[in-house]
Design a binder for this molecule. Structure first.
Ligand code: PBG
Length: 322
């Protein structure tokens, strides 16, 4: 029966009533904060393209990790910058890489913090692609070995979770095998399973120095217009041994998040990426919308779509107010 017997506004009449009726709530417990680690010492350098984010050297990242844990955020995702790049991206699997040293330092100082590492060659190759090149194209199968070595190096340094973001076919299987053979059967894999070739990665690529010198990533990252491939990508990664899967970006792909949540029974992460983050900052700076309210509404929407875990540069800001 409709109006006047049914009045939807009854459920919205007070803050307490709204709280009671809320179905999803953003919580610090499901957030992951990405961190950029770089070579050198005593570096805490603001990242020009990403408001509020920094490049940290290993010695400075520990205090940051402590502050993150104190906010109730359970996990960080580490991205590394190399000392120098080459065609193979060989620093990616060096035990001396900034990432490996940061993992060890953070796990020592804040053992309860879950440390995830991004596994991809793009910040380490001089051409900026996520894999090894052969005749100017990214060679899928030749990339599996270096990625596996990188994952094992991170696991050996103490990473709890490795997160391959390269989008090569078969990499989850290769990484799982390599981890198990090296004695790291406890190290989990969070695969960037449905990662789209997105314009929203722009600010990150400035931060990580990972813009491809020539061409784009459309031959390996997904086409935004071909959404159903996301379900196949996720199914394959789960079959290959992924413990958790990710949809990326988040806000422009809420439909994909919902489909994945309805379909699969593994923890689902969504990556609220750099461009999505900076759009909100840019709009707020112009006085067009309120930063906190827009942030919270966005994270709530990602959760409502079905994400269990949200990777976001807003994690600290959000943890302070939720
Ligand atoms: C590396 C990687 C990228 C991001 C995460 N891992 C960039 C890319 O694929 O070009 C993007 C993260 C962001 O924009 O916040 N492959």
């Amino acid at each position: 029966m409709g109006f006047p017997y049914t009045r939807m506004r009854r459920l919205r009449g007070s803050a307490s009533m709204r709280r009671l009726a809320a179905e999803v709530r953003v919580s610090a417990a499901n957030l992951v904060y990405p961190l950029f680690v770089c070579p050198g010492t005593n570096v805490k350098e603001p990242i020009a393209s990403m408001t509020g984010c920094f490049h940290f050297s290993v010695d400075r990242v520990v205090a940051e990790a402590q502050a993150i844990a104190e906010l109730g955020i359970p996990a960080v995702l580490l991205f590394g910058l190399p000392e120098h790049k080459d065609a193979a991206g060989s620093q990616a699997w060096s035990p001396q890489s900034a990432v490996c040293r940061a993992v060890a330092a953070v796990k020592q100082a804040v053992p309860e913090l879950v440390v995830m590492t991004d596994v991809c060659l793009c910040a380490y190759t001089d051409h900026g692609h996520c894999g090894v090149l052969a005749d100017g194209r990214v060679d899928n199968d030749a990339t599996l070995e270096p990625l596996s070595k990188m994952a094992v190096a991170h696991a050996r340094a103490g990473a709890d979770v490795v997160a391959p973001s390269d989008m090569m076919d078969g990499r989850v299987l290769w990484i799982r095998r390599a981890l198990d053979e090296a004695g790291f059967s406890e190290t989990a894999i969070l695969s960037y399973a449905a990662k789209f070739a997105s314009a929203f990665y722009g600010p990150f690529r400035d931060a990580a120095g990972s813009t491809p010198g020539r061409g784009d990533r459309k031959s390996y990252q997904m086409d935004p217009a071909a959404g159903s491939q996301a379900m196949r990508e996720i199914a394959l990664d789960i079959e290959e041994g992924a413990d958790m899967v990710m949809v990326k970006p988040a806000l422009a792909y809420l439909d994909i998040i919902r489909q994945a949540k309805d379909r699969f029974d593994v923890p689902l992460a969504a990556y609220h990426v750099s461009g999505e983050y900076m759009m909100i900052h840019a709009a707020a700076e112009k006085g067009l919308c309120d930063l906190q309210a827009t942030m919270l509404e966005t994270l709530t929407a990602i959760k409502r779509a079905g994400a269990d875990v949200i990777i976001t540069y807003f994690a600290k800001e959000a943890a302070r107010i939720v």
